[in-house]
Design a protein around this ligand. Structure first.
Ligand code: AHR
Length: 495
C-alpha cells in the first residue's frame, strides 16, 4: 500500500544558516573509541601517523567532520589533563571508573587529541572537569592550549614540543553535572559555572565559546535555572542530552534482531527530540529572545544493549538500518531548528553506541549511520529552506509517529538539496514538493535502504547497506515528485 503527502518548501530569501557544527561527533575515553579505535598499538598493521589510524581519519574527512568532542562524557569529570602531557612513558596511569574500571595509561592526551583534530581538519570541542577538578586546573589548561605570550603554561607546552597555541574555541564547562559530573542541583551548578567560567579566559585571537552543561532529556527546570542564573551573555551555548531508547532505560533491547515493537519504540523516542527542542527552546526564548545562546545537543543517538559477550562497560553495539533512519530523522529535526540548534555531537564516533565506524583489529567498516552523514553533508553551512507538511502516520495500533521527515537547504552555489526519510517499514510514500519561484531542470539522488530494519553491515558483509543512485524522483518546473520506498533515506540535488 502507499500514501501521499504534499510539502510546501519556502525557497524565498532564506535567512537561516544550518551550522555545519550540527554534524559533529563525540569521542570519549570509553571502551574502544579512543584506544583500539582512533589510537592503536604501534604493532597494528594499518596506516598510522604516530598511533593515530589514518584509514579512520580518511573516512571521517570524507564526511567533512566539523568538530570532535573530547575527552568525555562522564570521563571528562575525572580527567586531569596534566596526567596526559609530557613523555608518554612517564605519564601516570589511572582507573577509568565510569567505563569498565580499566586502566587508562594516558598515552592519548592533549597533544594527541589536537593532532587528531588537525589531521581531521575539524574543530576540537574540549569538555573541562568541573566535577572533580579545580578552577585553577581548568584555567591553566586553557592557558596551555591558547596562550602564546610568556607564561608558565606556554613554557610547559613548548617543553612538550609544541610552540604555538592551538586556539581551541569550543569549551564545555563540565558534563552532565546533574549526574556523573557531580550530582549537582541546577542552582548549585549555575553558581559553579560562573566561578569556573570567570577564570576560563579568552586569550588574544582565541575567543572561547563556553558551553554550560545542560539538561538531561526533559529536565526543563535545569534549562530554566541556568538561563536565569547565568544569563544569555554568560555562555555561548547550553547542552541537551537525549538518547533514543527502544523501550526505556531498563529495556533498551538488542542492537540487532529486535522486534517491530522495539523498532516503533525507537522511532517514537527519536522523534521526541523535536518536542525537547521546542520546549527547551521556548524556555531559552524567554531569557534570550535574540537567540544568542546555542542549544548544543552534544550527546544523541540510539543506546541499546551491548553485543553479547562484550564488556558491558564498553557500550559496543552493532548499527542497523534502524540507526540510519534515526540519524536521518534526527538530522532533519536539527536542520529545521537550526535557529537554536547550532551544534550537536553524535555519541560516539567509533565502536561505542551509535557509531559511524566499527573496527575489528585491522578491519574497519562504515555503518549505515556513517552513510547518512555522508549523504547529509550537503547541508553543512547551507541556508535552510523551511518545509511545511503533515506526515502520514506510522502506527503500532496504539500510538503513532510521523512516517516522513524532510529538510531542505540551498548551498552557496545555489543548488537546492532535500533530505527525506521514511521510517514506515512496509509502506512506500509519494512525496510532492512545491518550491514556488524555482524552475528545476534536473534532479539527482542517492538512497540508503535495506530489506529489513535489522539489517547491518558486518565484517563479512561490510557493504550490505550503502548509498546507491536513486531513480524515484522527477522534476517539472517547481514541482518535485519523490517515491519514497519503505524504510529509506534519500538525498536529492536539484538544479
Ligand atoms: O556517551 C556515554 C555516556 O552517556 C557519557 O559519558 C555521558 O555523558 C552520558 O551519560
Amino acid at each position: 500500500s502507499s500514501a501521499q503527502v504534499q510539502v510546501v518548501v519556502n525557497g524565498y530569501n532564506p535567512t537561516q544558516q544550518i551550522s555545519r557544527h550540527i554534524y559533529g561527533h563525540f569521542s570519549e575515553h570509553l571502551g574502544r573509541c579512543i584506544y583500539d579505535g582512533f589510537w592503536v598499538n604501534e604493532g597494528m598493521n594499518v596506516p598510522k601517523k604516530d598511533r593515530i589510524r589514518l584509514d579512520i581519519v580518511d573516512a571521517l574527512k570524507k564526511i567533512n567532520i566539523p568538530n570532535l568532542r573530547w575527552p568525555g562524557g562522564c570521563f571528562a569529570d575525572e580527567y586531569h589533563w596534566r596526567d596526559g602531557i609530557g613523555p608518554r612513558n612517564q605519564r601516570p596511569k589511572m582507573v577509568n571508573t565510569n567505563w569498565g574500571g580499566v586502566t587508562e595509561d594516558n598515552s592519548f592526551g592533549t597533544h594527541e587529541f589536537l593532532e587528531l583534530c588537525s589531521l581531521l581538519g575539524c574543530e576540537p570541542y574540549v569538555a573541562g572537569n568541573v566535577g572533580s577538578g579545580t578552577v585553577e586546573e581548568m584555567s591553566k589548561w586553557i592557558e596551555y592550549l591558547n596562550f602564546n605570550g610568556v607564561s608558565p603554561m606556554t613554557e610547559l607546552r613548548k617543553q612538550n614540543g609544541r610552540d604555538s597555541a592551538w586556539k581551541v574555541t569550543y569549551w564545555g564547562v563540565g558534563n552532565e553535572s546533574w549526574g556523573c559530573g557531580g550530582n549537582m542541583t541546577p542552582d548549585y551548578y549555575s553558581d559553579q559555572y560562573k566561578r569556573y567560567s570567570a577564570f576560563a579566559k579568552s586569550y588574544p585571537n582565541a575567543p572561547l565559546k563556553k558551553i554550560a552543561s545542560g539538561a538531561n532529556v526533559d529536565d526543563y527546570n535545569w534549562t530554566e535555572t541556568c538561563m536565569r542564573n547565568i544569563g544569555p551573555r554568560g555562555m555561548w551555548g547550553i547542552t541537551l542530552h537525549h538518547y533514543t531508547l527502544a523501550g526505556g532505560w531498563w529495556k533498551k533491547g538488542p542492537a540487532t534482531g529486535f522486534s517491530e515493537e522495539q523498532y516503533f519504540g525507537s522511532m517514537k523516542s527519536c522523534q521526541f527530540m523535536e518536542t525537547l527542542i521546542n520546549r527547551h527552546g521556548a524556555i531559552m526564548d524567554k531569557y534570550d529572545p535574540e537567540k544568542r545562546v546555542a542549544l548544543v545537543v552534544d550527546e544523541w543517538g540510539i543506546w541499546t544493549d551491548v553485543e553479547p559477550g562484550t564488556n558491558p562497560g564498553f557500550l559496543y553495539q552493532q548499527n542497523s538500518m534502524r540507526d540510519a533512519i534515526i540519524a536521518a530523522n534526527t538530522l532533519n529535526i536539527f536542520n529545521n531548528h537550526s535557529d537554536r540548534v547550532r551544534m550537536a555531537c553524535l555519541a560516539q564516533t567509533i565502536n561505542v553506541l551509535q557509531a559511524l565506524i566499527l573496527t575489528d583489529k585491522e578491519k574497519m567498516l562504515l555503518t549505515p549511520t556513517y552513510h547518512i552523514f555522508d549523504m547529509y553533508k550537503v547541508h553543512h553551512d547551507a541556508m535552510l529552506l523551511p518545509v511545511q507538511f503533515k506526515s502520514p502516520e506510522y502506527s503500532n495500533g496504539k500510538e503513532r509517529v510521523d512516517a516522513i521527515s524532510i529538510s531542505a537547504s540551498k548551498d552557496k552555489d545555489g543548488k537546492v538539496h532535500v533530505t527525506l526519510s521514511n521510517c514506515d517499514p512496509t509502506k512506500k510514500i509519494d512525496v510532492n514538493l512545491q518550491l514556488s519561484g524555482y524552475s528545476f531542470k534536473s534532479v539527482d539522488g542517492r538512497i540508503l535502504t535495506s530489506a529489513k530494519y535489522t539489517d547491518v553491515n558486518s565484517f563479512d558483509q561490510p557493504d550490505k547497506i550503502k548509498p546507491v543512485a536513486f531513480k524515484g524522483a522527477s522534476v517539472s518546473g517547481s514541482t518535485v515528485s519523490v517515491q519514497m520506498p519503505a524504510l529509506s533515506a534519500v538525498v536529492l540535488e536539484l538544479k
